[in-house]
Design a protein around this ligand. Structure first.
Ligand code: BES
Ligand code: MN
Ligand code: ZN
Length: 491
């Protein structure tokens, strides 16, 4: 699918299908002046469809009409945009995704014209439509034996905004990063494991000429990563500590690190998860790593003047006679000792060594992303990501980036007093505290492994996965928060 901006208007446009946006009207909806010429050219069919289908322009309303074979356009798609006062770039992105879904299964639509109101600027309009179209269009059929015919849609023309190559390129790169992350998350644990995840990142590195450093088990041992290796001990597969680097030509404007939790499967270990959906979902436990490397793909394409380190301590949390037991004491690479009172709180153990490693790189900021706690999902639900930070400027920069991305975050407290719950009688700390405030104690645990670098922690246990096709998401991995991360790096 190719997307382009055009200065043409709907009145003169010719192609298979045209999608027209309408704001909600309290009274009977009428064809706006901007569309009367098109309506005449189509022998009044737009007005007729509005009346016959009682089209109101409500947000999410969509009607597809097949026009007669003599008509200059085959399909007319009317899209409701909701209240004009609430029109925003996020609404435009969602609208484009809805149109993409409607067009995707239609074999008659190879060219599609879009007449939608501008949000903020023409460039932002182009970028939002690009994001919505690609994300709404996406379907992961890699694991079906029967492949569908490829979608017919080839060209999308955004009418009335002029040529917008830069904005469309930005939207396209962001989506490529998101889709790479979605596919990593969707792939089950027998396909994406620590070894194949590392191989996938290796091919990313060679495609874009990025530096890649993979620490093998012995290297991690030499670096004293006892916390990460404790988690990895039960797996038959070797752990991979993945460190990918994007370096711009010349002196970078800033230097940052993104660290993603990379549990390709989380059984819980000896504190095994109950049977049912919770354990069966745990291929998604590398959603943080997926977002990290998804952001890497987009950044490698966009080539900003920023040096970015992408890190994941990848392994799986399994059970075996070699595995860590509840009660074991691990020593992390900063020398701190951890009493593992719950083997299912493994993500923070892997992140501990990854954060220590990231800080040694001398970066200005570290952001970690992790499907870390069920408690965060209880607190904020499926759509909102928990954000913890010890640095207000960094938290603010992420909030600003998230607005551009239309991804939702809510800042949570790093309540020092709750560290009480992590105190251990025998080691420096336990890996889990009480059930209450479980996502906060998880963040406080991580904080022990960052000394002085501004740091933010994003708990994506809720938004990393979507149960249904909705808005810009398709069922499965969402690629959250790739777009926020990229906007943050670009900022
Ligand atoms: N990977 C899970 C968290 C999770 C839950 C991710 C739901 C995605 C959806 C994590 O490793 C875990 O098991 N956390 C425990 C922590 C507890 C033992 C303190 C949890 O949330 O129950
Ligand atoms: Mn777990
Ligand atoms: Zn986990």
């Amino acid at each position: 699918m190719e997307i382009r901006g055009s200065s043409q208007t709907a009145a003169a446009w010719a192609g298979e299908a045209i999608a027209l946006g309408f704001f909600e009207s309290e009274t009977v909806l009428t064809v706006p002046e901007s569309l009367t010429a098109l309506d005449e050219r189509l022998s009044g069919v737009i007005s007729e469809v509005i009346v016959e289908t009682e089209f109101k322009g409500k947000s999410g309303e969509l009607s597809v009409t097949r026009l007669g074979s003599g008509a200059p356009i085959k399909k007319l798609i009317l899209v409701g945009l909701g209240n004009a006062e609430k029109w925003s770039s996020a609404a435009l992105r969602s609208t484009a995704a809805a149109i993409a879904r409607a067009a995707k299964g239609d074999k008659a639509i190879t060219t599609l014209g879009l007449q939608l109101p501008v949000a903020e600027t023409e460039a932002i309009t182009a970028q939002m439509v690009t994001e919505g179209m690609y994300l709404g269009f996406y379907e992961d059929n890699r694991f079906k034996s029967e492949q569908k015919d490829p979608p017919a849609l080839e060209t999308v023309e955004i009418l009335g905004i002029g040529d917008q190559p830069a904005a469309i390129a930005l939207g396209t790169s962001l989506c490529e990063g998101v889709i790479y992350a979605r596919e990593l998350v969707n792939a089950p644990a027998n396909i994406i494991n620590p070894v194949t995840l590392a191989a996938s990142v290796e091919s990313l590195a060679s495609t874009y000429g990025l530096e890649l450093n993979i620490l093998e088990e012995a290297d991690c041992e030499a670096a004293g990563m006892g916390s990460f290796l404790g988690v990895a001990a039960a797996s038959d597969l070797p752990p991979k500590f993945i460190h990918l680097v994007y370096k711009p030509p010349g002196t970078p404007r800033k230097k940052v690190a993104i660290v993603g939790k990379g549990l390709t499967f989380d059984s819980g270990g000896y504190n095994i998860k109950p049977s049912g959906p919770s354990i069966a979902m745990m291929k998604m436990d590398m959603g943080g790593a997926a977002a990290t490397f998804g952001a890497a793909k987009a950044i490698a394409e966009l080539k900003p003047d920023v040096e970015v380190h992408f890190i994941s301590a990848a392994t799986e949390n399994m059970i075996s006679g070699r595995g860590m037991r509840p009660g074991d004491i691990l020593t992390a690479s900063n020398g701190k000792t951890i009493e593992v009172n719950n083997t299912d709180a493994e993500g923070r153990l892997t992140l501990a060594d990854a954060l220590v490693y990231a800080e040694k790189l001398g970066v200005e900021a570290i952001v970690d992303i992790a499907t870390l706690t069920g408690a965060c999902v209880i607190a904020l639900g499926d759509d909102i990501c928990g954000l913890w930070s010890d640095n207000d400027d960094l938290a603010q920069a992420i909030a600003t980036a998230s607005e551009k991305a239309g991804e939702k975050f809510w800042q949570m407290p790093l309540e020092e007093k709750y560290f009480e719950g992590l105190k251990s009688p025998i080691a420096d700390m336990k890996n889990t505290g009480p059930r209450e405030g479980g996502s906060i104690t998880a963040a406080l645990f991580l904080k022990e492994f960052v000394e002085k670098t501004p740091w933010a922690h994003l708990d994506i246990a809720g938004p990393a996965w979507s149960e249904k096709d909705a808005d810009i998401y398709s069922k499965g991995g969402t690629g959250f928060p790739v777009r926020t991360l990229v906007h943050w790096v670009l900022s």
